[in-house]
Design a protein around this ligand. Structure first.
Ligand SMILES: [Zn+2]
Length: 303
């Protein structure tokens, strides 16, 4: 892990997997934009912060996914960090029960086993109409970029550096990603396009890159997600239940599914693509003997 200077007082912790941006309020106090994984990244992030003599004044989260909020409570306990998140994302990660409700399909025991580091007490709730948030005297602008998660936000530091969270993924990640995740694809596409209109010099992508122009990246991201949707569409060559589609997708994308947890995660990702295909009227759901079966509405678009 290392610290990368972006611009002015805006820096990033490079965890290897992720960029975690931070803004230096002064020589000692920093505001983190997301906090990384609790399991696997905490030790390294904390050591880097300690070695530089930093104190985490606060954390502004882009969204409540486990690799973005995993050290919230750690820094809240250690440094009394103030935590800010959108009202909806804060609710989603506020308790074991809310996480279970959010993810569906997981037992409470499985939530405790896999998502414990997600659970966060949020101090400042950001509402959809809030255009900025003050933390330690610094003003951060908030750009709502929902889609990847229900109330995802992008955050602009006082240096005019945009942290886009998971609204975009880098070219490197596109190369390795079998099935990228978005809670609602069509909404995510609108947020990606919204980012392309911002007139800023520096954009930080969580997984993982720093760009001065994101126009091509936005178009390539949308094309990448649409191409993945097309491959999901293609496997539904006859009326199929969700489980049958999942089996076909696992084969088509060559995904290793060795645990119940992983199967549930992949299923959730795949369902977003199925929802999208229904939304754009390429797939249709119908009830058949008590089972929901999905079928293609047209063949022409895939040829
Ligand atoms: Zn995410």
């Amino acid at each position: 892990m290392e610290i990368v200077k972006v611009f002015g007082n805006t820096y990033c912790i490079d965890t290897g997997m992720t960029y975690i941006p931070f803004y230096k309020l002064n020589a000692r106090e920093i505001v983190l934009l997301d906090s990384g994984y609790g399991i696997g990244e905490r030790e390294g992030i904390n050591a880097l912060i300690d070695d530089n003599g930093y104190h985490v004044y606060g954390i502004i989260n882009s969204h409540a996914h486990i690799d973005h909020v995993g050290n919230n409570m750690f820094f809240k306990e250690k440094d009394k960090a103030i935590i800010a998140m959108t009202r909806l994302e804060a609710a989603l990660c506020s308790s074991e029960e809310s996480v279970k409700a959010y993810f569906g399909g997981h037992t409470l025991k499985s939530v405790r086993g896999h998502f414990e580091t997600m659970i966060t007490e949020t101090d400042i709730l950001i509402d959809p109409e809030d255009e900025c948030i003050e933390m330690g005297g610094a003003i951060f602008k908030i750009i709502p970029t929902p889609g990847h998660s229900p109330a995802h936000i992008s955050i602009i530091t006082p240096d005019d550096v945009v942290y886009v969270g998971d609204t975009l993924i880098s070219y490197e990640v596109m190369q390795g990603a079998k099935m990228p995740y978005a809670f609602i694809l069509s909404v995510d596409f609108m947020s990606k396009k919204k980012l392309a209109k911002l007139n800023c010099e520096h954009f930080i992508v969580a997984h993982k890159g720093i760009y001065s122009n994101i126009e091509n990246l936005v178009n390539d991201n949308i094309a990448f997600y649409k191409q993945r949707a097309q491959r999901v569409y293609d496997v539904v060559h006859k009326p199929m239940t969700l489980e049958e589609i999942l089996r076909a997708v696992i084969r088509e994308f060559n995904i290793n599914v060795r645990s119940i947890h992983k199967q549930r995660v992949i299923n959730r990702m795949m369902c977003s693509f199925v929802d999208y295909l229904i939304e754009i009227e390429q797939l249709k759901a119908e009830i058949d003997n008590g089972f929901i079966k999905y079928h293609q509405t047209e063949r022409a678009s895939s040829e």
